[in-house]
Design a protein around this ligand. Structure first.
Ligand code: URA
Length: 173
């Protein structure tokens, strides 16, 4: 309710729906994307467009469904024209993600793409370098892999993404 009523940054002005996130209260894994796209803005749900369909397949490939994980984004409102959210928009929205992390308390947080990796792991992060690595911070294990939208654009990244997913599966086990 707080996210849906939020006016902390100008992204609220263009939204149809804020997209807080969804999934299991008991999720052991939280996935964090960049921000809602057009379809997500219409439905108020994360990863329901083309990238979301690939994300569902990626989860299924390691035996998981979206119902048993938690899916969120760095910014909860759609940036106009799907531009990358500005750092000040990410900063304004990050307290919500921190709350979500505290409430769900996942064992593993997976950053999908550079925006999430920069917001959560390291401001200088580049997903091409950082993907597949695991770091521990404040009792959480953090990792990153390619954003499914990037995998749709650049098929050749799928091989590395598959290695990342297998490492995530092993880590969860
Ligand atoms: N891309 C994202 O980063 N998040 C979504 O929810 C959908 C597409």
């Amino acid at each position: 309710a707080r996210i849906r009523a939020c006016t902390l940054c100008p992204l609220c002005e263009g939204r149809q729906h804020a997209v807080p996130g969804e999934g299991s209260r008991d999720a052991r894994m939280m996935l964090v994307g960049e921000g809602p796209g057009a379809q997500e803005d219409r439905e108020g749900r994360p990863f329901v467009g083309a990238a979301g369909q690939l994300l569902d397949k990626m989860l299924a490939s390691i035996g998981l469904s979206r119902e048993e994980v938690y899916i969120a984004n760095v910014v909860k409102c759609r940036p106009p024209g799907n531009r990358t959210p500005y750092p000040r928009e990410c900063e304004a929205c990050l307290p919500y993600l921190r709350w979500q992390v505290k409430l769900i308390h996942p064992a593993l947080i997976v950053c999908l793409g550079s925006v999430a990796a920069r917001a959560i792991i390291d401001p200088q992060a580049r997903i091409t370098r950082l993907h597949g690595q695991f770091v521990e911070r404040k009792g959480y294990v953090l990792t990153g892999t390619f954003h499914p939208a990037a995998l749709l654009r650049e098929e050749h990244l799928k091989r590395d993404a598959w290695e990342d997913l297998k490492a995530i599966r092993r880590r969860l086990e």
